[in-house]
Design a protein around this ligand. Structure first.
Ligand code: SF4
Length: 274
């Protein structure tokens, strides 16, 4: 099970767009305030991070969680032809805006790739492929094509398709035997710090749930819909997410786990777990 390499970050081919285009506020995740469209003070002239090996101890945990889904190198090398914002400052505004949009488009492509592979319905797989093709065409267009995209409309189409596939895949596991928490295991649920260790959570719909600091150690999340679930600090040691739906690298980067955590094959085990 592989995914197009264009949806994986290649920081060495990027003009550090996440470290410039995006802003962040001083918090538990970032040691400083940084406005959008301004280079981070830790950024070196060659677009590398001067504290890359010490991000967490230096208070920049947020940087270790972020993932651009391959938008950074696509915008740097394809849309802007390898001419950086430092070489051509007049491109800054456009490049940063394009990056933010392409990042969203690539994230949609990531989810659609999974939906197309997980559905049992050839028609849904075909719809996922068609929608992916439309989105990829926009993402690979020029700056005006990207900035002219109706991202909200695309989001809606993608969301509907993901939900349809989710219902189908989760339904194949059936509700019987699935753990419940006083009926609290539902989309958008507040499950912060919840004790959910060693549960059979197969097929539950945790889309958009707040699982911050939740204890999911040793639980089976087969076919659980994790779309947009907030897993910051969630305990995933020994949990099985290998066939959970719509799990992303940023979600894993924000969580805690270990070598016994089973991940979907297209995700990497975060360095801080080891
Ligand atoms: S700390 Fe490093 S990785 Fe984080 S925004 Fe600054 S330069 Fe980028």
């Amino acid at each position: 099970m592989t995914i197009s390499p264009t949806l994986r970050p290649d920081c060495g081919s990027c003009f550090a767009l996440c470290c410039t285009a995006l802003g962040f506020a001083r918090s538990a995740d970032f040691a400083i305030d940084k406005p959008a469209a301004a280079p981070c003070p830790n950024l070196a002239g060659d677009f590398s991070c001067t504290i890359h090996q010490r991000l967490r101890p230096r208070g920049f945990r947020g940087c270790t969680v972020f993932d651009c889904f391959g938008a950074g190198q696509a915008v740097s090398q394809h849309t802007f032809g390898g001419i950086s914002w430092a070489e051509d400052p007049s491109s800054r505004h456009s490049m940063f805006a394009v990056f933010k949009t392409v990042k969203q488009l690539h994230e949609m492509l990531w989810y659609l790739d999974e939906a197309g592979r997980r559905t049992f319905d050839p028609e849904l797989a075909g719809e996922a492929a068609l929608l992916s093709g439309r989105i990829a065409t926009i993402a690979q267009g020029d700056a005006s094509a990207v900035l002219g995209a109706d991202v909200e409309l695309l989001h809606g189409e993608v969301r509907n398709l993901l939900m349809e596939v989710s219902g189908e895949v989760r339904g194949s596991y059936g509700a019987e035997g699935t753990a419940t928490l006083d009926g609290g295991l539902r989309p958008g649920a507040d499950l912060m710090g919840a004790a959910l260790a060693n549960r059979r959570l197969c097929g539950v719909d945790l889309r958009g749930a707040y699982l911050i600091g939740a204890d999911l150690r040793g639980s089976d999340l087969a076919a659980a819909d994790m779309l947009g679930a907030d897993l910051r600090g969630a305990q995933l040691h020994g949990a099985d997410l290998s066939s959970a739906l719509y799990v992303t690298q940023p979600q894993m980067n924000a969580a805690e786990g270990n070598s016994d955590t089973h991940l979907p094959t297209r995700l990497s085990r975060p360095d801080h777990w080891l």
